[in-house]
Write a protein that binds this ligand. Sequence first.
Ligand code: SF4
Ligand code: SF4
Length: 394
Amino acid sequence: MAQCTLKPDIDFSRKLLEAGGDSLKKCYQCATCAVACPMAPANAPYPRKEMVWASWGLKDNLKNDVDIWLCHNCGNCSDLCPRGANPADVMSAARNVVYQDLVAPKAVGSLMSKPSGLPILFAIPALLWLLVWWIRAGFNNGNWFPTRADGSIVFGDIFYGDYTIDPIFMLTFFAALFIIGRGAYKLWQAFKPEGSVAVIGPKKCWLCHLWDVLVEEIIFANHFDDCQDGPKTGQITHSRRVGHTILVWAFCLLAFVTAVVALGHWGGKVIPAIEITTPLKPLNIIKLIANLGAFLLVGGLAILTFRRIFEKQDTHKSNYYDWYLLGVIWAVALTGVFAQIFRLAQTAECAFFIYYLHLVFVWMLFAYLPWSKLGHLVYRTVALVYVRMYGRKG
Ligand code: SF4
Ligand code: SF4
């Protein structure tokens, strides 16, 4: 008879506890959570099995588990758990620990997992942009805060687009894309350890499923409708849905503006008719769209921050990963807004310093994306496409 050997991973268990899964030992396997979860289909329930795997330290089971990525963190299971074992937090902790193993270099994942890693994560771009500032100030006769003859401030006089901002952010963006692409591929392979996908759902290619997921789940956030059943989740998911949707639209608008400005700038070198020069005039249509994006960004962040502080404090707590991402996006939004205000007010010292911080935080947002909760969006999309290929909505 074949022997089945369980291989608990003690280090994995320790990381799970540190990442917010410290309540899992209270679980006595009643399965209420699996019944209560509005997302889990009857023939593939969760999160009870994940509670078993987590408490036994079965890292490989959780690493290959598609369901941890399908959980919406609505907290319904935690609200109904009779033992206060907080399965929603355990699912969230499991995702956060699996991230660290999924994407290389793991050292970054390790730094991202704890507040003590934050100074190093901040120091890397801070030194990088300080070096750029120092070199450029050298070309300006040592003037770190140049203003033009008419008193106006142009950030490009220090942080010159062609030779500093564009190449640094392009390299960072493509490196992050490569790393997150590798992580997504590894995840996909982990979901099918036998190496085969038996498609029993509608025979669509994965690209068609990807399109459906992007439109239905990311842009319009329809999945929040499935999370309305719990005793408290109706109100919670409504505010979360509104905040999430506003944030996605803000990112879409800002990405659009960035793409148009980059195209106008670089394309303008070849076709002068489409050239766009910065800074844009306050009433320029691209500038207005950018300001609308910034306004939505701050609004979406305010809603999500408010709900994290004031809602769901009894059974479901926000962890460091939640606050890290919110904090960095807040920092990007506020430094972006204040850099513009100080630039228009023609206070060079404040404007350049805040803009410098803005570059630091934007770099952090992009460069650490594969290890952050924003990366979760990509891994969750992979999981949603995967289960749809099996005929399951997810
Ligand atoms: S987490 Fe709570 S609801 Fe789920 S099986 Fe354990 S004790 Fe029951
Ligand atoms: S947090 Fe919500 S979606 Fe996640 S397992 Fe619990 S009930 Fe299901």
